[in-house]
Design a protein. Sequence first.
Length: 173
Amino acid sequence: MSSGDVSIPQDFSKLYEEHHAWLVRWLVHRTRGLHNAQDLAQDTFLRILARPGVLDSLAHPRAWLAKVANNLVVDQARRRLLEKHYLELVADLPEQEVPSVEEQLQLLELLSRIDHLLDGLRPLEKTTFLMSRLDGLTYKEIAEQLSISLSSVEKYMAKAMLACYKAVYQEGY
């Protein structure tokens, strides 16, 4: 290695050698092909490098690797779904209102961050929040459209706002 290279811990190298091929095979069955599985496997191992203390406490490495990899698969699927819905929305815009490619990428990144921020919410809570903040609907309109009570809308919005607050002020989002 040259002086600019980062040294890889020996226990990480051993983990990688023993489990990388298995993880790629595991991911191939859950994703869109070999190349995607290889990328996700790499990202999984990068997560370990980002958290050096994990290596010391790994009693069941394959279970941990599968859990992290599965989370990455879910994140990827959610991102693709967001992109699909966003592109459908953009396709319906008049040509003069279509954002530039750079703006589209920024908006997709923002949508992804919002989705991640609201990750802990149930789908109905997330939908309520998005209807209020993105669609500009009143609480009463949301309650009518979702066939729920006004107090439920208020409760879901409070929970979503708390999640936003925590993400911004406690987790340094």
